[in-house]
Design a protein around this ligand. Structure first.
Ligand code: UD1
Length: 425
C-alpha cells in the first residue's frame, strides 16, 4: 500500500485548481441509469471512488467511456443487463447503494447489497428505504441484500424526512423523477451537490421545483433524455486546501470553484486570523506563518451550516491555535478517529462523545501516522504541513478515494510531499 511522506514548515505559494465534486459525481453517475440515452459528465474527478462506480455501472450493462485525463465521462445505459449490485462492489463505497432507486424507477426491481464506506458511524439506510416504501415499493432485506420491487412502477408520495440526510434526499429525488405523479420531499438536505444533481436532472427533462430549498417537488415524467453536464466544483476539496494554506502559511489562490459553497469555512478561517479574498470563481487564502492562529469553536450542521466533511481539517489547524477550541460533531457519531493520530504529532486533543476540546500547542513534530477515513486523512496532511520534520502517512488509499492529484497540487505550491509506492502498511 502507498504511503505519503511530507516535510512541514514550508510556506505554500501559487494556485490550485479545484476538481469536480466527488459527492455529486457519484450520484450523477447513478442518474445515468434513469435514461436510455447517453449522459455525458464533464469536470469529472478521476478518483478511486468514481472509477469504482464505473465498475458497478458496467456490471449493470452501462457502456462507459472515460478517456484518461479528459475529465469527460460518457455513460450509456441503453439496455440494462442486470439489476443486481453485488456485495463485493457495494461494500467498498456507500454511494454505490444509490443505484437502487434509479433501477427501481426504471426497471421496477433491484437487488442491492447493504452498503459499506468510511467507518465514521453506523450510517444506516432506513430513510432511503422508507422513502421507496412510501413510493409503493415492496422491500425485503435478506442475506445482507435489499430486494426492492415496484412492478407497476413507483408512485409519487409525500415524504417528510425526520432529520436531514444527504444520501436519502438524493436517492429519493433520483427515483421520483420517473414515478407516477407528484413527490414532495420535506426536510430535504440542501447541500450544493443536491442542487447540482437536481439541475442535471432538469437538463434530462425532469420536473423539479424548490431546488436549493428544504422542500423539493418532483412531477414524475415517463422518460428522461440524455444530457451533457459539468459537475459542480468540490467544496470539500477547496475547503481542505484552504486549511492547508492556513496551516502552512503563504498565499494560494484556489481556482475553478464556487466560493459561496464554502462560506461557513471562510467565516471560520477569517475568525482564525487568516486573510481570505473572494472572487467570482476563486478564493485567495493568505497567512503569515509567524502570525498566531486564533482558536475558533466548530459545530457541524447540515448545509449551509459548517460541514462535517471539513471538521477534521479545521481540527488539524486548531492544534496550533492560541487557546482552546471546542468541536461538536452533530452529524456522525464516530468522526474523531483523526484525533489519536493528530496526538501522535503532539496535538493536545481530548474527546468525550460528540465533543472534542483542542488546546493549541507551540510545536507539532513529524511522526508516522495512519489515515483512518477519507477526510481524516487530509487532516493529517494539514498537520504534517505545520509539523517540524517528516510525517509519513500510511493507508493513503483513503485519500485516493476523494482527492485528485493531491501531491501534485500541493507540490505545485512548493510543499515537500511525495508518494512512496507499494510500501508496507
Ligand atoms: C453524505 C456524504 C458525506 C457527508 C454526509 C453529510 C456522499 C457520498 N457522502 O453522506 O461525505 O459527510 O453526506 O454531509 O455524498 N442516516 C440515518 N439513516 C439513513 C441515512 C442517514 O440514520 O437512512 C444518518 C447517518 O448515519 C448520519 C446522518 O443521518 O448520522 C447524516 O447522513 P447523510 O446525510 O445521509 O450522509 P451520507 O449521505 O451518508
Amino acid at each position: 500500500m502507498d504511503r505519503i511522506a511530507l516535510v512541514g514548515g514550508i510556506e505554500l505559494k501559487g494556485s490550485i485548481p479545484i476538481s469536480g465534486a466527488k459527492n455529486s459525481a457519484l450520484k450523477l453517475q447513478a442518474a445515468s441509469l434513469l435514461t436510455q440515452e447517453p449522459l455525458v459528465l464533464t469536470n469529472m474527478p478521476e478518483l478511486a471512488d468514481t472509477r469504482f462506480m464505473i465498475e458497478l455501472l458496467e456490471q449493470l450493462g452501462v457502456t462507459c467511456f472515460w478517456p484518461k485525463g479528459s475529465g469527460r465521462l460518457s455513460m450509456h445505459a441503453e439496455d440494462l443487463t442486470s439489476t443486481i449490485a453485488p456485495y463485493d462492489l457495494v461494500r467498498k463505497m456507500r454511494a454505490t447503494f444509490n443505484v437502487l432507486g434509479p433501477l427501481l424507477a426504471r426497471v421496477g426491481h433491484a437487488t442491492v447489497s447493504l452498503p459499506g464506506g468510511c467507518a465514521i458511524g453506523a450510517r444506516p439506510v432506513d430513510l432511503h428505504l422508507k422513502a421507496f416504501e412510501a413510493m409503493g415499493a415492496d422491500i425485503v432485506i435478506e442475506g445482507g441484500y435489499v430486494k426492492a420491487a415496484a412492478l407497476r412502477g413507483l408512485k409519487g408520495a409525500k415524504i417528510i424526512f425526520p432529520f436531514v440526510s444527504v444520501g436519502a434526499t438524493e436517492h429519493a429525488l433520483l427515483a421520483a423523477t420517473l414515478a407516477k405523479g407528484e413527490t414532495v420531499l420535506e426536510n430535504a438536505a440542501r447541500e450544493p451537490e443536491i442542487s447540482d444533481i437536481a439541475n442535471c436532472l432538469l437538463a434530462m427533462g425532469a420536473k423539479i421545483e424548490g431546488i436549493g430549498s428544504s422542500t423539493l417537488r418532483i412531477q414524475g415524467v415517463d422518460e428522461l433524455t440524455g444530457a451533457r453536464w459539468s459537475v459542480i466544483p468540490d467544496r470539500i476539496e477547496a475547503g481542505s486546501y484552504a486549511c492547508c494554506v492556513a496551516a502552512a502559511g503563504g498565499e494560494v489562490t484556489l481556482t475553478n470553484m464556487v466560493p459561496e459553497t464554502i462560506s461557513s469555512l471562510i467565516d471560520v478561517l477569517q475568525r482564525a486570523g487568516v486573510d481570505v479574498v473572494v472572487g467570482e470563481d476563486w478564493v485567495k487564502i493568505t497567512r503569515d506563518p509567524h502570525k498566531p492562529i486564533k482558536s475558533v469553536d466548530i459545530d457541524t450542521q447540515p448545509y449551509p451550516g459548517f460541514p462535517t466533511d471539513t471538521q477534521a481539517q479545521v481540527m488539524a489547524l486548531m492544534t496550533r491555535a492560541n487557546g482552546a477550541s471546542i468541536f461538536r460533531e452533530n452529524i456522525f457519531e464516530n468522526r474523531y478517529m483523526h484525533a489519536p493520530e493528530l496526538r501522535r504529532l503532539g496535538a493536545d486533543i481530548s474527546v468525550r462523545g460528540s465533543e472534542a476540546v483542542v488546546r493549541g500547542v507551540e510545536t507539532l513534530r513529524g511522526a508516522p501516522v495512519m489515515a483512518t477515513d477519507l477526510r481524516a486523512s487530509v487532516s493529517l496532511i494539514i498537520a504534517g504541513l505545520m509539523a517540524e520534520g517528516e510525517t509519513i502517512i500510511s493507508r493513503v488509499y483513503h485519500l485516493d478515494r476523494g482527492f485528485e492529484r493531491l501531491e501534485a497540487k500541493l507540490s505545485g505550491c512548493g510543499a515537500n510531499i511525495r508518494r512512496i509506492s507499494g510500501s508496507e502498511d
